[in-house]
Design a protein around this ligand. Structure first.
Ligand code: ZN
Length: 264
């Protein structure tokens, strides 16, 4: 008896899924085994979770799954998906970052390489979202639940893909895609929080620049030490949230600079 006889062949219920890789939807050319053939004895001896399925898969998935010892279909599918995402990480990033109409502005060689990345990224995204198919194995039917569709919300605008949402949010809120993608990950996978955080950071940066410039100009005009002006203005502002930098400088002038000048 060969090890193969322990397994039930996973057969698609519907003919349109024949010859399809169960993990990624590409053309199936070979089989994956859950658990892997070389671990059959281990799984039989330990009764560790395993389904003894022989699964139609593509050559690439079977290659990626050589490193996977898991015994169940779900575990192996997740492993294959993670391995595909890792292998094509660069193309997936390009796919998230670029749209076809942006390519027109690039020179030929760069455009050529981005175009290739876009195509590969689109293919990989499709493979990663493949949900499997209904099947029978050993006389038992299994319905594969469709994954809940993805939805990305940007202040009330809904998108089916991260890529579309990123493109929209980047243009609508004038934030570079790279920065927005990082902020999305750092802010609970939320575009709204990411955009708010970036705008707040930009406002703070602008405020600090204004503070520095105006304090320096004031110090020069009234022959004061910059550090003194800066510290006083910051103190006034911290005591009064509604006060502007200009008002704080005016207060500094009225309370400290003018009286001192009058005494001289
Ligand atoms: Zn595959």
């Amino acid at each position: 008896m060969t090890a193969d006889t322990h397994y039930h062949l996973l057969t698609p219920t519907h003919s349109n899924s024949f010859n399809t890789c169960f993990y990624c939807g590409c053309i199936a050319a070979t089989h994956d085994y859950a658990p892997p053939l070389q671990y059959v004895e281990f799984y039989l001896a330990t009764r560790e979770p395993s389904e003894f399925l022989k699964i139609p898969v593509c050559n690439e998935c079977v290659e990626l799954l050589k490193a996977c010892k898991a015994g169940t279909l779900d575990e192996r599918r997740l492993f294959a998906r993670a391995a595909l995402a890792k292998k094509y990480a660069k193309a997936l990033t390009i796919y998230d970052m670029w749209t076809a109409d942006e390519l027109a502005t690039l020179d030929y060689s760069l455009r050529h390489s981005i175009e290739a990345g876009l195509k590969l990224g689109a293919e990989t995204t499709e493979r990663l979202s493949f949900a499997g198919f209904d099947y029978e194995a050993g006389g038992v039917s299994q319905l594969v639940a469709e994954n809940a569709p993805l939805r990305f919300d940007v202040f009330g605008e809904c998108f089916d893909t991260f890529r579309e949402a990123l493109d929209f949010a980047s243009k609508a809120y004038r934030i570079p895609k790279n920065a927005l993608k990082d902020a999305f990950a750092d802010n609970g996978n939320s575009f709204e929080q990411a955009i708010n955080t970036i705008h707040k950071q930009a406002a703070e940066k602008e405020f600090n620049q204004q503070l520095k410039q105006q304090c320096a100009a004031f110090a020069k005009q009234h022959k004061q030490a910059v550090i003194f002006v800066h510290k006083q203005v910051e103190r006034y502002l911290s005591e009064n949230a509604d006060m502007t930098i200009t008002e704080a400088l005016q207060q500094l002038y009225n309370t400290r600079v003018k009286p001192a000048a009058a005494r001289r």
